[in-house]
Design a protein around this ligand. Structure first.
Ligand SMILES: Nc1nc2c(ncn2[C@@H]2O[C@H](COP(=O)(O)OP(=O)(O)OP(=O)(O)O)[C@@H](O)[C@H]2O)c(=O)[nH]1
Ligand SMILES: *[C@@H]1O[C@H](CO)[C@@H](O)[C@H](O)[C@H]1NC(C)=O
Ligand SMILES: *[C@@H]1O[C@H](CO)[C@@H](O)[C@H](O)[C@H]1NC(C)=O
Ligand SMILES: *[C@@H]1O[C@H](CO)[C@@H](O)[C@H](O)[C@H]1NC(C)=O
Length: 444
């Protein structure tokens, strides 16, 4: 039943026809992926068969506040996966339905149709499956017999804020505080955004004030609600169950980038950065549960990796973000210090800034897809390839409190880089105390 996620992925891979060289690889890997899928599914279905009589199949769907970016959304996935794990421990056979990607504020490439993008375009579904059962939204529609969601719970804070200035975990059904983003149609169904799937309808929508970690929802989902499919909207309201604990890292490690994106990043590294896994000690195991090496064992390719976040980060004139001139000065000094002749720059800088950067740093290497490639990879795929290449650099420096940079830190931690080469950020030109990012160590 859940095999669809994998077969659908294969189809997408097949129409990724841009580069004949990659295509032959991709077909082979998609075959491997199918085999891996079968193993994963048969393994995960064995226990559910033996207790099938007692456990009901139920679906947890979720969505996030529209302005949130790609990288925060990846963080909310970790919270939801944790909730599903709690739910499965305590009762029914819950499955997490992956919210299609789209309509993200930062995805601004013109003429690109960027909605209803399945997770398989960005992440390896078989890898996610090893951690917790997940399905794509279209697969949910097929299994569920139509685009119907039984119950939507819109999460919100408490209208009164923290009582007595004291924070405590709590959860209550409450009137909706903000204007509901769902409206009733003539048949009495609720219509809403639903990731651009206009035909989707909800049978019931209510608001819940929630203050606490993700698994605070578990008793309500088990006991108060009997609906088969439940969607949590504004899921970012819930906090991590165990931030940076084993469960957190298991889920984070399972969020392996889609194979075709990693291959494109690797080919770019080989061609433009003289970087290969063998030489750089960054060999990746397809089975993430076996990705564990001696800390500091990764060497990385002979280049400096840079994430330079601009746009909304400079519009606010934040004092922890450098001017382009300040950034280039730092880049030059790091290249000298670490004896690196090459710099790879990932940035969201706009046309004007990019020109200026090019002028000051003419030798920088950037991943710039052709129009055709961009159509296939989309802004999300390009961002992942940028992150993948930064994750393989001998030394990395990112931007202060950018979730884009944080995800690179984690990726480098997974690859076993020495933390000294990872947890670095640019300082503002006149920033006095330039505190460097925190080292988050993997709990295996
Ligand atoms: N390709 C590419 N895209 C980038 C880069 N930096 C930012 N972006 C784009 O801009 C978005 C940044 O928003 P987020 O993903 O939320 O990450 P963030 O930089 O922490 O921003 P906030 O969390 O919103 O403060 C990314 O998702 C990308 O779409 C970059 O270096 N390369
Ligand atoms: C869930 O049910 C319990 C017991 O019936 C009730 O006390 C509680 O308020 C309900 N919680 C929510 C969020 O509806
Ligand atoms: C909608 O859901 C709420 C909360 O679970 C429930 O109290 C209410 O009876 C439901 N309404 C309908 C029409 O089913
Ligand atoms: C690539 O790296 C290898 C090993 O570090 C080195 O011997 C070789 O000269 C480099 N090639 C180029 C083109 O820089």
């Amino acid at each position: 039943r859940r095999n669809m996620a994998c077969s659908k992925f294969n189809i997408q891979v097949v129409y990724t026809s841009f580069c004949v060289f990659f295509l032959s690889f991709l077909v082979v890997f998609s075959l491997l992926e199918t085999i891996a899928c079968d193993n994963v599914f048969s393994a995960s279905q064995t226990p559910s068969i033996s207790v099938a009589a007692a456990k009901e199949l139920r679906y947890l769907l979720y969505d996030i506040n529209p302005p949130e970016g790609f990288n925060l959304r990846r963080d909310v996935y970790i919270r939801m996966a944790s909730l599903v794990k709690t739910l499965r421990k305590e009762g029914d056979d819950w499955v997490l339905v992956l919210p299609p990607w789209g309509r993200l504020y930062h995805w601004q490439s013109p003429d690109l149709h960027q909605i209803r993008i399945p997770w398989g375009e960005f992440f390896s579904l078989t890898s996610l499956q090893v951690n917790v059962p997940v399905i794509e939204y279209e697969e949910f529609i097929a299994e569920n017999g139509g685009p119907f969601i039984d119950q939507v719970l819109v999460l919100q804070n408490y209208a009164e804020g923290w009582t007595d200035g004291k924070w405590e975990e709590k959860l209550d059904e409450r009137p909706c505080i903000e204007k509901l983003m769902y409206s009733k149609d003539k048949q009495g169904y609720y219509r809403g955004w639903f990731w651009g799937y206009e035909e989707t309808r909800a049978r019931n929508v209510t608001c819940i004030s929630a203050q606490g970690h993700a698994s605070i929802m578990a008793p309500v989902l088990q006991k108060n609600i009997s609906a088969v499919s439940v969607m949590l909207d504004r899921a970012e309201t819930l906090l991590h169950d165990h931030y940076a604990g084993k469960d957190y890292w298991d889920t984070r490690r399972s969020m392996v980038f889609a194979k075709h994106l990693r291959l494109i990043g690797d080919a770019f590294r080989a061609k433009y950065l003289n970087s290969t896994d063998d030489r750089d000690h960054t060999t990746y195991n397809e089975d993430w549960t076996r990705m564990k090496a001696k800390p500091g064992s990764a060497r990385g390719g002979p280049y400096l990796g840079v994430h330079l976040r601009r746009k909304d980060f400079i519009w606010g004139h934040r004092d922890d973000v450098p001017s382009l001139k300040g950034a280039v000065k730092k880049i030059r000094s790091l290249m000298k210090k670490h004896k690196l002749d090459t710099v790879f720059v990932a940035t969201d800088a706009d046309g004007e800034e990019l020109k200026e950067l090019n002028r000051m740093l003419p030798d920088m290497v950037r991943f710039e897809p052709s129009k055709e490639d961009l159509e296939l990879l989309k802004d999300g795929g390009v961002a992942i390839i940028d992150q993948w290449i930064c994750a393989h650099a001998r030394f990395f420096i990112g931007t202060s409190v950018s979730t884009f940079s944080f995800r690179i830190h984690e990726e480098r931690e997974i690859l076993n880089f020495d933390p000294k080469t990872t947890y670095n950020r640019f300082c503002g030109d006149s920033e006095k105390q330039c505190e460097q990012p925190t080292h988050w160590k993997i709990v295996y």
